[in-house]
Design a protein around this ligand. Structure first.
Ligand SMILES: [Zn+2]
Ligand SMILES: [Zn+2]
Length: 284
């Protein structure tokens, strides 16, 4: 049932089918993005980043928390979510805890666009605005790295070492965007957040792919149609673009064939569709 692939430095493990379920466990970040299905390997993660509270993205949260309890994890799951959703989420889990007769504990951390959360090491996550009819967010993972200031670029290594030891201010701190997750959203997110084109691994929804759904209909549901993505393709300078959240009207083999046919080769080489390997795994 689960799909697992490697995108740059990250493993993406989970499932994504538009309107049905989307969950991506990223072990290297000790985090899961959305929980439309409960991925067992994600039961002990430190953090869950919720894009929005449509049930295909949040519906399996109680199952994930139940798995967590069974796995003996004591620390409550930290759930980052769009501000305003936390009250209803807490209420729904309170009711489900009553049914389950076991506390489904968690820590909600409401976020607004621009809010940041520190991960381990030099990494952090920054939320950004997405375009959907309910409160929604995208999330981007950055790494802060020290870079020699341009005026010192020609210094020999030994001299740099000396200056570093003396505490001289010879480095700039730069943010390197490693990964971003943007679903469910209109393609306007690419205009409003043009830096998304420079993220090493961009995970982006592309719910509809051909004339079986019009752009108008895709936009009415606040989703991306491949026709619109194609008109933005020059903005996608990423090393890898993971497309996901495809509608169930397309079988995995069809998705691959449509992408092969419609994407320019310079982009197709960098696009990884997040899909089961074969069509018979599709409905599972
Ligand atoms: Zn969705
Ligand atoms: Zn949605």
């Amino acid at each position: 049932m689960l799909t697992e692939l490697t995108a740059g430095r990250f493993t993406l493990r989970g499932a994504s089918l538009g309107g049905m379920y989307t969950s991506l466990h990223v072990p290297e970040l000790d985090a899961c993005f959305d929980v439309g299905v409960a991925v067992r390997s994600a039961a002990a993660v430190e953090r869950l980043f919720l894009s929005h509270a449509h049930v295909d993205h949040v519906g399996a949260l109680a199952t994930l928390l139940g798995m967590r309890g069974l796995s003996g994890v004591k620390a409550p799951l930290k759930i980052h979510l769009p501000e305003g959703v936390e009250g209803t989420l807490a209420e729904s889990l309170r009711v489900l805890s009553g049914l389950h007769r076991w506390p489904l504990t968690f820590e909600a951390i409401p976020m607004r666009p621009g809010d940041e959360v520190r991960l381990r090491g030099k990494r952090f996550v920054r939320a950004f605005k997405t375009y959907h009819p309910v409160p929604s967010l995208g999330y981007a993972v950055f790494e802060r790295v020290s870079k020699l200031k341009p005026e010192h670029a020609d210094l020999p290594g030994a001299r740099i070492g000396e200056l570093r030891r003396s505490g001289a201010d010879i480095f700039d701190v730069v943010e390197r965007p490693l990964l971003a997750y943007a679903t469910d959203t209109l393609p306007e997110v690419l205009h409003h957040e043009p830096w998304l084109g420079d993220v090493s691994t961009l995970i982006l929804e592309c719910t509809f792919l051909d004339e079986r759904k019009t752009i108008h209909a895709a936009r009415a549901g606040c989703h991306i149609h491949l026709d619109e993505l194609l008109s933005h393709h020059a903005m996608l300078r990423n090393d890898r673009v993971v497309l996901m959240h495809f509608s169930q009207i397309y079988k995995p083999g069809e998705v691959r064939a449509i992408l092969d046919q419609r994407l320019p080769s310079t982009l197709r080489d960098r696009v990884i569709p997040f899909l089961p390997a074969t069509d018979d795994q599709w409905w599972n």
